[in-house]
Structures are given as structure tokens and as C-alpha cells.
Design a protein around this ligand. Structure first.
Ligand SMILES: Nc1ncnc2c1ncn2[C@@H]1O[C@H](COP(=O)(O)OP(=O)(O)OP(=O)(O)O)[C@@H](O)[C@H]1O
Ligand SMILES: [Mg+2]
Length: 268
């Protein structure tokens, strides 16, 4: 690892960060999912969390989004220690999470899913026309094209679903947007479109937490990079401090990659 990019193990908060996890640990039975992990999430920036399968990424975002409570360590919002005991509590603090499986309501029209849980009601009735107009204008303002807001969620492509979910989070004023592997199931073109929305959210001042296996995607949009390996933070870089190759190596674990390419050479 580059000597100028020491791993953060202690207090990583800086004056601009909005969310801070400090030395957080979480175990499930005898599995150590996270050990002494510190992460800072500033607003108006993309914070990438990278790591291989089982590295602890989902556990980390579940702590950030109020699904799990850490066994130890601190969670700070805007410098104040908090205990989030539900996803609702996280949402109330402006933290929106877009999970990978985005179609819990495949048979619902886009406009309805968009306002689910936040319905516009007028005189005891759903203000359908207004809701549709709001969704149309929000999608249009981000350049998101869908046939119509009456289209069923289940008929959208993976990239379109991610786009609508990002637009929704921005519409409802999310300050932090957590995206769990938003590009992993997508082809090159669709992934590019989703990465563009990630940058739009950043431009809107949102603190984006971008979870991915893909160092290339992270490198394209990231401002800060955290690499987890078996529950431990093994690297932390800021943009400009690293090359793409470093990130790829860091992700795979240099020695392991070396061993793998050696093994693969045996086949060829
Ligand atoms: N609810 C749970 N109960 C038991 N073990 C769990 C639970 N959640 C996670 N783990 C374990 O904690 C470790 C970290 O899991 P986690 O899901 O955070 O990894 P991940 O980085 O998201 O992996 P992937 O890329 O495969 O999604 C794994 O060993 C996993 O089996
Ligand atoms: Mg995961």
C-alpha cells in the first residue's frame, strides 16, 4: 500500500463529514462481520465501499440505515452520537437506502411506488393527478426517460429502477443516499447511466454511499474509497491519491491476485 494512505482505524471524522462510524464492530454468533471499522460520509461527495463477497459491506450499510445496531463503536450524525433503532429512524434523519432488489412492488405503477408511504392526500383522497405530475417533473428534471409514470415497476429495466429510486430519494430530500451494488446486475451502458445519476445526486449536495464489487465503477465516480476485507478496513484513499490499478489490487488483495493469476496460467 502507498505509505501516504495509511488505514484509518481511529477517529476519521473531519469537519465536513455528515455521517461517521467510529471503530464499529459487529458479530453474528462467531462470525466477525465488522471489526473496528471507521467510515466518514461527507455531503456532496461519493463515498465508495468496496470489498469482496463476505467483506462486510452489507453489514456496514445495514448499520448506517438503522437495520442493525453495532455491538460497539459510535455512530454520529452531524457530529452528534445517535442510536438508530429502525430504518424509519434513519429515514427521518435524511438517510435513504436503495437496496439491490428494487421491485418489492412489481405490479405497482411507478407514480404509486414513488409515493408509497408518503402519499399526497387531499380531502381524504389520494391526489393522483398531482402525484403523477410531481413524478413526471422529477424524472424529467433528472433526464430520466420512462414511457409513462403509469408503467408498472416490474416492467422497468434494472437501470431504470435504480434511476427512479435515486430520483425518489432526492425528491424526498435525502441528505445521504446509500446504494447497495447499484450497477452489479447491469450491462456497460446501463451501468454508465446509473453512474451519471450518482454524480447528479452528488451535484445536488447529497452524500452518496456507493457499495460495489467493481473498482472500475468506483474509480469513475468516487471521491473517497474504503476497502473492506473480511470485516476489516484495509485501505482508505481519497480521490487523487490512487490509481485504478491500486484499487483493483487492494480489492483483490495483492498476494491473492498474484496466486490466482499463477493458477490460471497453469490452465493456458
Ligand atoms: N444476519 C446474519 N447472520 C449471520 N451472519 C451474517 C449475517 N449477516 C452477515 N453475516 C455474515 O457476516 C459476514 C459479512 O457479510 P456481509 O453480508 O456484510 O458481506 P458483503 O460484503 O455484503 O458480501 P456480498 O458482497 O457477498 O454481499 C459474512 O460472513 C456473512 O455470512
Ligand atoms: Mg452484500
Amino acid at each position: 500500500m502507498n505509505p501516504t494512505t495509511a488505514v484509518n482505524t481511529g477517529n476519521t471524522s473531519d469537519s465536513q463529514s455528515f455521517l461517521d462510524l467510529q471503530s464499529v464492530s459487529k458479530t453474528f454468533g462467531n462470525v466477525i462481520a465488522l471489526k473496528d471499522v471507521s467510515v466518514s460520509v461527507p455531503l456532496g461527495a461519493v463515498t465508495c465501499i468496496l470489498g469482496d463477497n463476505g467483506a462486510g459491506k452489507s453489514t456496514l450499510i445495514k448499520i448506517l440505515s438503522g437495520v442493525h445496531k453495532p455491538d460497539s463503536g459510535a455512530y454520529l450524525i452531524d457530529g452528534t452520537p445517535v442510536v438508530l433503532d429502525s430504518p424509519r429512524a434513519a429515514m427521518d434523519s435524511g438517510i435513504a437506502t436503495v437496496f439491490q432488489d428494487l421491485a418489492p412492488q412489481p405490479l405497482m405503477p411507478i407514480w404509486r411506488a414513488f409515493f408509497l408511504g408518503n402519499e399526497i392526500v387531499h380531502g381524504g383522497f389520494l391526489a393522483i393527478k398531482r402525484a403523477k405530475a410531481e413524478v413526471r417533473s422529477q424524472l424529467a428534471s433528472m433526464g430520466i426517460k420512462v414511457r409513462d409514470v403509469d408503467q408498472l415497476v416490474g416492467t422497468l429495466s434494472g437501470g431504470e429502477r435504480q434511476a427512479v429510486a435515486i430520483a425518489r430519494a432526492i425528491y424526498f430530500g435525502a441528505r445521504v443516499l446509500i446504494l447497495d451494488e447499484p450497477t452489479s446486475a447491469l450491462g456497460v451502458k446501463q451501468a454508465g447511466v446509473v453512474l451519471r445519476y450518482v454524480l447528479q445526486a452528488r451535484q445536488a449536495g447529497v452524500g452518496v454511499v456507493f457499495i460495489t464489487h467493481n473498482p472500475h465503477h468506483a474509480f469513475l465516480v468516487g471521491d473517497n474509497f474504503y476497502v473492506l476485507n473480511r470485516g476489516r478496513l484495509v485501505a482508505n484513499y481519497r480521490k487523487g491519491e490512487l490509481e485504478l490499478d491500486t484499487l483493483v489490487q487492494e480489492m483483490a488483495g495483492g498476494a491473492e491476485l498474484e496466486a490466482l493469476s499463477h493458477e490460471l496460467r497453469e490452465f493456458t
